[in-house]
Design a protein around this ligand. Structure first.
Ligand code: ADP
Length: 492
């Protein structure tokens, strides 16, 4: 006890008893303070951290029950004894309710007092120990809660979908991103979930749970969640091991690969279209050459000339197509060098119309041209802007009717120079209009059968126009004619 030195406060208005008790306890190694009335007792007892308080029940200023209430409120771990010669049943109940440890009936012998003190001090130690344990538990809980919320924040902010299931297939955790892929809106933690997931995902999860060989093997699959490549995800299911290595659950990560798949698809479509477009003319030229070279086939010089000139035409068209393809590829890779200068759109349109003059005359196609005066210049690469109008104007001629007309107008509207090229040609159906700007798209009907082309011109036009932050619109009526309107922004 000498080492521990319990601290005691004696609150009693009876001086003799107060001092006698103090002496007795100090002789036993206690550290003792005294208060001669209730007021002083409250002041000391609510500020000093005493192990034990001995409180007289009857004091002139404040009675002991009130002192007890005050001390217990501030210092719940101080063990309080009520010392009295007049303990009544009611005060006993009241004192116990307020947390008094016991009564010490007055007068008491030194042994009685010491026995109470010892018992009180044991109680005090128990109180302190349970307080320490409670604090420790609270701190630990707080730590776990912080750790958990940090983990939740991280999982919730992952852009990929994350979903964890236990070995029973019950949902343990999922983040908001996973809800974009699977309908988990009605799912709750702890619910059996596998039947609500796409079949392939369920299979992957079961593969992990049933994999007896290794506990660190993941299984992945590409899954089309919406048809026509509208939503494609890459799903990876990995085991979640316990510290001892045994399996506790499965974590499923869902990665949206729709855009990647779309690009892959476009690329393979493009390659197959190119191959197809190349094959036809090459096969035709090969056919002609084989006839000419075949010693068993008699061909007249005129026939040979005819085959060779047809081959030349085919190869010429092929070269044009390859050049168009190279242009598209340069534009895609943005390796095309540009020489930006002031371009007068009126000049470009006029020179393209002039270039086709002979052919237009041959087919008796009339040109009606009008332009606003003093139009601002467009800052662009001359070659590219020329390419736009060469394509559109030559189409207006190619797909026109004999004796028809081409109306070209250039004006200013808002921030754009607007050029309209309108023909009185074959026109097109609404469904064709939508696909017009796709690579290799050519409208196939009786009217277009004999008109040569690659189907690449308008896709190049659109790329160029959009690269200058412009836009292109089409109005067309089947059998009546078409109008292409190009908007190119000018610098004010
Ligand atoms: P093409 O080399 O076939 O002319 P384009 O990309 O320039 O390729 O045009 C694609 C298709 O759009 C053409 O094959 C044609 O069917 C249609 N088209 C383009 N311009 C017109 C037009 N002025 N009138 C009618 N159809 C047109």
């Amino acid at each position: 006890m000498a080492d521990e030195k319990p601290r005691v406060i004696i609150i009693d208005d009876e001086k003799g008893l107060r001092m006698g008790t103090k002496r007795l306890l100090e002789a036993e190694g206690y550290i003792v303070d005294t208060a001669e009335n209730g007021t002083e007792g409250i002041a000391l007892g609510t500020t000093g951290d005493y192990d034990i308080a001995i409180i007289d029940l009857k004091m002139p200023d404040i009675d002991g029950i009130e002192v007890l209430r005050n001390i217990k409120e501030k210092m719940p771990n101080t063990v309080c004894f009520i010392a009295t010669a007049y303990a009544s049943y009611d005060t006993a109940i009241e004192a116990t309710k307020l947390g008094a440890a016991s009564y010490i009936p007055k007068p008491f012998t030194p042994d009685e007092l010491l026995s109470h003190m010892q018992e009180g001090y044991e109680k005090r130690k128990l109180l302190l120990e349970s307080e320490r344990l409670r604090k420790e538990r609270e701190e630990r809980l707080l730590e776990i809660a912080t750790e958990k919320s940090r983990l939740n924040t991280i999982v919730n902010s992952i852009a990929d979908g994350v979903l964890v299931t236990n070995l029973m297939g019950e949902l343990v955790l999922f983040n908001p991103a996973s809800m974009k892929y699977f309908d988990l809106s009605n799912s709750i933690i702890g619910e059996y979930i596998l039947d609500f997931l796409p079949e392939q995902v369920k299979e992957l999860i079961l593969k992990v749970t049933n994999n007896k060989e290794s506990n660190d093997k993941s299984f992945s699959a590409e899954i089309e969640l919406k048809p026509e490549r509208e939503l494609v995800v890459d799903v990876t299911c990995s085991p979640v091991p316990q510290p001892d290595g045994s399996l506790i659950g499965v974590v499923t990560v869902i990665n949206n690969i729709t855009e990647l798949k779309r690009l892959e698809y476009v690329k393979s479509q493009f390659v197959s279209m190119v191959a197809h477009e190349l094959k036809t003319p090459v096969a035709a030229v090969l056919g002609f050459l084989r006839i000419i070279l075949d010693k068993n086939i008699n061909t007249t010089p005129e026939q040979k000339y005819d085959y060779l000139s047809r081959s030349e035409k085919r190869l010429q068209a092929l070269i044009e197509m390859v050049n168009d393809l190279l242009d598209i590829s340069r534009m895609e890779m943005k390796t095309k060098q540009r020489e930006i200068k002031d371009i007068d759109i009126v000049d470009v349109v006029k020179s393209n119309l002039d270039f086709l003059e002979l052919e237009l005359q041959k087919r008796n196609i009339k040109v009606i041209f009008s332009a606003e005066e003093n139009l601002p210049m467009v800052k662009a690469d001359a070659g590219e802007i020329n390419r736009i109008f060469t394509n559109i104007i030559s189409n207006a001629m190619k797909y026109n009717k004999d004796n028809g007309s081409i109306t070209a107008t250039v004006k200013k509207s808002g921030n754009y120079i607007v050029c309209s090229i309108k023909d009185t040609g074959i026109g097109m159906r609404p469904q064709d209009k939508e696909k017009l700007f796709q690579e290799f798209y050519r409208i196939k009907n009786d009217k277009t059968r004999n008109i040569p082309g690659t189907g690449l011109g308008l896709s190049i036009v659109k790329r160029i126009v959009e690269s200058y932050a412009g836009k292109i619109e089409v109005n067309s009526e089947y059998g009546v004619g078409s109008e292409f309107i190009v908007y190119l922004p000018y610098k004010k």
